[in-house]
Design a protein around this ligand. Sequence first.
Ligand SMILES: Cc1cc2nc3c(=O)[nH]c(=O)nc-3n(C[C@H](O)[C@H](O)[C@H](O)COP(=O)(O)OP(=O)(O)OC[C@H]3O[C@@H](n4cnc5c(N)ncnc54)[C@H](O)[C@@H]3O)c2cc1C
Length: 380
Amino acid sequence: MAALDGLTAARPSVRPALAPSDRERLADCAEAAYRSGRPDVEALAVLRETGLLGAAVPAEYGGAGADAEELNSLVADVAYANASAAIMLFQHYAVSARVVEHGSAEQRGELLPRLASGTWLAASAWSETGAGADKKKLSTTASRTRDGWLLDGAKSFTTSAGLADVYLVLAQSTSPDGDSSDASYGAAGQTFFLVPGDNPGLLPDTSMRLSGMRGSATGFVSVRDCHVPDSARLGAEGVAARIIAGVRESGASLGAVAVGVAQAALDAAHRHAERRGLLDHQAVRHRLVDLATRVEAARASVERAGRHTSADPGTATLHSKLFASTTGESVVADVERMLGSAGYVETHPINRYAHDVRAVALMGPTNDLCKELVSLPWTR
Ligand SMILES: Cc1cc2nc3c(=O)[nH]c(=O)nc-3n(C[C@H](O)[C@H](O)[C@H](O)COP(=O)(O)OP(=O)(O)OC[C@H]3O[C@@H](n4cnc5c(N)ncnc54)[C@H](O)[C@@H]3O)c2cc1C
């Protein structure tokens, strides 16, 4: 089991890919950002330079046109070195995909070439304090004005806050139109807006101190007196819940982040055992094999979600997030024990991995909500 090679072996060829030197840069700045807690601008520079940001955009708009399996693989590759950069990349891919699926011709023509070239970074601002994991009780409102919309509210836990050039903001439209279906994620009358980062009414704040994903610029974004034209609306008014329900059908899985971190932890355990001459002990070798088996199973579930080979691709995506995140957390915890006292030193990367991997279960849809979404049809 060779470090780094374990991750890329037997993978479909992806366009673009991460060169070993880029991985090293990402890993170096991951440690620096973990210590400082400051937004990892160096990692963002790597994402821009490598062309990775354009992978989810169709070729006709200048992107690589990668499918969900390739995107999951890229996210896992980045997470191996730098989980904060991986969630920035994941959110960028998610917004790119929503613009491809639901954007007007004007939005696609204007935004996608910028998102493809990496000139623009995209962020998702859905969550807010008090809205709940299922985003039913939004206090951010969107009111119609004579020539557009007025957004008012405060978003929390927005990844890439202050770094992004465009934010996909979820708001409760105050007009009555909209989808009245009883969605279990999102609510009737919610609408999405694409708000440029230079809108004077959009105010990012990265003062929140996270215990993990510390380079991801995950913070608050307020929209106060934030005027946007009607052309900023993504999809029809009031149908955001339907758009949200379609997200899992894409096969893009946050589980990919957990796979990358778990592989990094596993490689750290292997290197440690090799350095200390512990591989002569059968018990140590067997523990490493058990860990590798779990990482492989998590990777397989994420790959299957991306391939859409399940009869129910949306459920497969939810399963992959649940399985990969819980497996990732348990693998990292087992590696912490295997490393002995060396892993208890504050500067050992295993501490960053442990904090980073825990975020995957917390990110939307949270693991609890994934279970709710999978099981709700059984109650009808
Ligand atoms: C590192 C990080 C990055 C993030 N990045 C983004 C981002 O870019 N954009 C964004 O919009 N958000 C982001 N989030 C926020 C994340 O999506 C929310 O934290 C998540 O949706 C849960 O919201 P909450 O904790 O406020 O929910 P709460 O409702 O307070 O949930 C508390 C607990 O109750 C459970 N729970 C709540 N409601 C239900 C339900 N209906 N069924 C079952 N269980 C339930 C939850 O699973 C959770 O365990 C990020 C979070 C983290 C940690």
